[in-house]
Design a binder for this molecule. Structure first.
Ligand SMILES: [Zn+2]
Ligand SMILES: [Zn+2]
Length: 335
């Protein structure tokens, strides 16, 4: 790519600018050696999530055993000590002058991914990652039982630039009683595509990407990982199930194992190739009442935090990506 190109996200219709003049090569995004943090110890006596500190937790909602029975638990779910939302408040809307408001209803959980303070997903065994996926899945289904939970977001913030300073490996699950416009917009665009073309836009992209191959990084029986054609940031990755399903809660046991495998493989590569970058990942799944829809297709989105949003991005909503998706995929493809 020698000239500037503006690409459209086929799902959301958002535009992304690729400017060769501002271009960086994949290795330019590697974290410099001096910025790499000291590896943390396997156990921290002051960490509330480390074994031996259960008294620092308010409660334990769920626990998955370690089948190897070494005396430690495998994965856990605990309530967030500083929740963004709490389930005790109702979902009724009220006005304040001309403005609309409501109580902050919702659940805010923390998934403790391992008892080891320093073991990140890329370094875990597949069995360990399966436990994490299992907690996501079980909790997702549980929260879905409650009608007021309209949207459930499962996400992981890794590193300071991704919004966390807590070292102990963890992810979070938040449910809300409202569906934000951003999600409605994405759903609406998928619906329009379905009404026009009679098929799921995600399935269409999946099929095309697998045939084209240039942006594919990884594949197993049930999942494909690729850099989207209009990736918003360098090394953005989608991990998408090959079988069409709107709802993450409908994931089968075989799919869960393959998701664990895909996640481990991708995060291991990011860690190795880019020197442990900060990132967020999010499971995008259908909101309540859309769980059976033929136009929605759940997936996991990874956004490494290698660039900073500046004025143009904030003002226009258009990202300038200094990297090229095909180059990023090539760089991550090979072990
Ligand atoms: Zn810890
Ligand atoms: Zn689909």
């Amino acid at each position: 790519m020698n000239e500037s190109e503006v690409r459209q996200n086929k799902i959301t219709k958002e535009w992304v600018i690729y400017a060769p003049a501002r271009r960086k090569r994949p290795w330019d995004f590697q974290k410099p050696e001096q910025e790499r943090a000291q590896p943390p110890p396997p156990h921290d006596a002051n960490c509330p999530f480390c074994p031996g500190n259960d008294h620092m937790l308010e409660s334990i909602t769920m626990e998955i055993k370690d089948e190897n029975d070494n005396g430690l638990w495998g994965a856990r779910l605990v309530p967030n000590k500083y929740p963004a939302l709490t389930p005790s408040d109702g979902i009724n809307r009220y006005t304040k002058g001309i403005y609309l408001a409501m109580k902050g209803f919702g659940y805010h959980d923390v998934v403790l991914e391992t008892p080891y303070h320093n073991r990140q997903i890329g370094q875990m065994s597949v069995q360990e990652v399966e436990r994490i996926v299992d907690v996501y899945h079980k909790r997702y289904r549980e929260l879905m039982e409650e009608k007021a939970n309209m949207m459930i977001i499962i996400f992981r913030n890794y590193g300071r630039r991704a919004g966390t300073s807590l070292i102990h490996p963890h992810s979070q699950i938040i449910s809300t009683s409202m569906v934000p416009v951003y999600i409605r917009w994405r759903e609406e665009m998928a619906l329009r595509y379905f009404d026009e073309w009679g098929r799921c836009v995600y399935c269409e992209i999946l099929e095309y990407e697998m045939k084209d191959g240039r942006r594919i990084i990884y594949e197993n029986d049930h999942f494909v990982a690729f850099v989207p054609f209009a990736a918003e940031v360098p090394f953005e990755i989608l991990i998408m199930p090959k079988i069409h399903k709107a709802n993450f809660g409908k994931t089968s046991d075989n799919e869960k194992s393959d998701l664990a495998l895909a996640l481990k493989s991708i995060l291991e590569r990011l860690r190795k190739k880019l020197n442990d970058p900060d990132y967020n990942y999010i499971i995008n799944t259908s909101v309540r009442y859309r769980a059976e829809e033929p136009q929605l297709h759940w997936h996991l989105l990874i956004r490494p935090r290698l660039t900073t949003m500046a004025g143009f991005e904030i003002g226009s909503g258009i990202n300038i990506n200094p990297s090229i998706p095909e180059d990023d995929a090539e760089f991550l493809k090979n072990d």
